[in-house]
Design a protein around this ligand. Structure first.
Ligand code: MG
Length: 255
């Protein structure tokens, strides 16, 4: 069942998204060669708590950290551990959620670490474009299939593949609510979008095959062929006049 949000809930989600967006901006200042991922996780947790909010992912389904940090061929759900550090030329996908007074927002961004290859720059740029194109389809009277199709077409036009095993989702009092938002599909199919829906749209794009697998830690998802993967996500709200991006941080330098 898709839960529509009232004005009060919208205001809480807007505040939640603002805190999360600021958190991502703060995280961007920590990304550099040599930093270990536990430092980023810890500082992000402190930042959220200093803003009277809680990290949504910590404890969710037993997940043990504030954020997910997935490097290069890792797609999603990478652990931000002390043993893992960033190296010049890496790309790292940071996925994080914020709970403000019981209302969640969710966002992800893939960052370059130092100077990255043109190949990786393009993957980041196109994945971000997948998200932006999807958001233009997220409006009253549109449907889930239009969002899904926009992601798929943008990625496949460039020879990339969309991850099929994981999807975007509705969001609100729970991190994951209906509807599921696949990153592939047909125009005109799926639930119709209505005012009051809050959606986490999150293309996960692989340079090679769409196939992914879960590592023995039972969390980290990697590409089967070892190719790079990128992930961008915003939480958006459908209103009368269009779509409001609640997690509006939009890092530059990715083009
Ligand atoms: Mg999400």
């Amino acid at each position: 069942m898709i839960l529509l949000k009232n004005n009060h809930e919208y205001e809480l989600m807007k505040k939640s998204g603002s805190i999360l967006s600021q958190t991502m901006n703060f995280i961007s200042s920590l990304i550099r060669p040599g930093v270990s991922l536990d430092i980023i996780d810890h500082k992000a947790q402190m930042f959220i708590m200093d803003h009277d909010a809680q990290p949504s992912f910590l404890g969710l389904y037993g997940y043990p950290y504030t954020l997910c940090a997935s490097i290069n061929n890792e797609v999603i759900h990478g652990f931000p551990t002390k043993e893992k550090s960033l190296h010049e030329g890496d790309i790292v996908s940071i996925d994080i959620g914020c709970n403000y007074m019981g209302y969640h927002t969710d966002m992800a961004c893939t960052f370059p670490v130092g100077v990255i290859s043109n190949q990786r720059k393009k993957l980041l740029s196109i994945t971000k474009q997948c998200l932006l194109n999807a958001i233009t389809q997220a409006k009253k009277g549109s449907c889930i299939g239009n969002i899904a199709h926009a992601v798929q077409q943008t990625a496949e036009d460039q020879g990339y593949a969309v991850v099929r095993d994981y999807t975007g989702h509705g969001i609100g009092m729970n991190v994951h609510e209906d509807p599921q938002i696949p990153n592939f599909g047909e125009k005109g199919k799926g639930s119709t979008l209505e005012v009051g829906m809050a959606l986490a749209i999150e293309p996960m794009i692989n340079e090679g095959s769409y196939e992914v697998k879960v590592l023995s830690d039972k969390w980290t998802v990697v590409t089967v062929d070892g190719s790079d993967s990128a992930h961008f996500e915003h939480t958006v709200f459908i209103n009368e006049s269009g779509t409001e991006v609640l997690t509006e941080y939009n890092p530059g330098g990715l083009a």
